[in-house]
Design a protein around this ligand. Structure first.
Ligand SMILES: [Zn+2]
Length: 303
């Protein structure tokens, strides 16, 4: 028993120190990533898709990674799992776009399936990483000590060099991106909005932050006492956003691939749905409130 405990302790320390090791020049430390890349769709190759105007899906099939081009440089939102960095760069190159033109990498939230590839991408492109103040610590810790996951889903630590605050506008040439704080899924979970145009027709693009709470401890969580209040704030925030094309860190959240398939069959406006942000927030709120009620009942019966 004692040796088992020792083994668990040693393993725990190994897991804890993963990504704290120095890595060879030019390479982010991607040791011990299997816990993150556990969904095959998260590393499944996918040809880039032009979503609208200057906005592209450049990630693997199962994760939303978006390239937005501007007159003076390009912006990437999220970086997939650690193994996705080279896939994302190859996708961008296949569009005839040089990844070195990426000026900023924005993060939706500091979980390994959206921030995992960012350290490598930043290293390769020279881009500045921008994230919310509330998630920067989790990014620089490489996902360690997550309020819900502990050290289960660590990733190469990201040195975010610029913090954004709620409602802040970031300007790059003719592109303006706005950060909307939508906390809960992580404390700094961020919904990004911008405008994309084709000719004179400009649409409100929204990368809706994750509003799910998979197996989260929502009641009396000492690491995140305000979590329920934060989710409720975020449901209301997402519901109220002007939203012509809703995108998401996980394409399934907004039926992205079904809509792309419909568009390929001739429905030119299949990706447009001004009700989708509201509908997504409503469905997430209903699921969340059921989860909270269940956990409240369990907490009451345990007393
Ligand atoms: Zn997440």
């Amino acid at each position: 028993m004692r040796s088992l405990m020792a083994a668990i302790l040693v393993f725990g320390l190994i897991v804890q120190s993963a990504y704290a090791q120095p890595s060879p020049a030019g390479q982010a430390n991607t040791a011990n990533v299997s816990a993150c890349a556990n969904d095959p769709s998260w590393t499944a190759p996918q040809k880039p898709v032009r979503i609208y105007g200057n906005t592209w899906h450049v990630g693997p099939h199962g994760l939303g990674v978006f390239l937005i081009t501007a007159s003076t440089g390009d912006v990437l939102i999220d970086g997939g799992v650690p193994e996705d960095a080279s896939l994302i760069e190859a996708n961008i190159r296949s569009l005839g776009i040089d990844p070195h033109g990426i000026k900023w990498i924005l993060n939706s939230h500091a979980h390994c399936d959206h921030a995992g590839g960012i350290a490598q991408l930043a290293l390769d492109t020279g881009a500045q990483v921008i994230a919310s103040a509330a998630d920067i610590e989790l990014l620089t810790r490489g996902g360690h000590d997550d309020p819900e996951y502990g050290d289960r889903f660590v990733f190469p630590p990201v040195q975010a060099t610029r913090k954004v605050t709620d409602g802040e506008h970031l300007r790059l040439g003719d592109l303006v991106l706005t950060a909307h704080s939508t906390p809960g899924h992580t404390k700094g979970n961020t919904t990004w909005t911008w405008t994309s145009c084709e000719g004179k027709r400009c649409l409100q693009m929204v990368d809706v932050g994750s509003l799910s709470a998979p197996d989260y401890e929502l009641i009396d969580n000492p690491k995140y006492p305000d979590i329920v209040k934060d989710y409720e704030y975020s449901f209301a925030m997402v519901s109220a956003l002007p939203c012509d094309i809703a995108l998401a860190p996980h394409p399934g959240m907004v039926n992205f691939w079904e809509r792309v398939a419909k568009r390929e069959k001739g429905d030119a406006n299949a990706l447009m749905d001004p009700t989708l942000c509201r509908a997504y927030a409503k469905a997430a709120r209903e699921g969340f409130e059921t989860q909270v009620a269940k956990q409240r009942a369990q907490a009451a019966s345990a007393k």
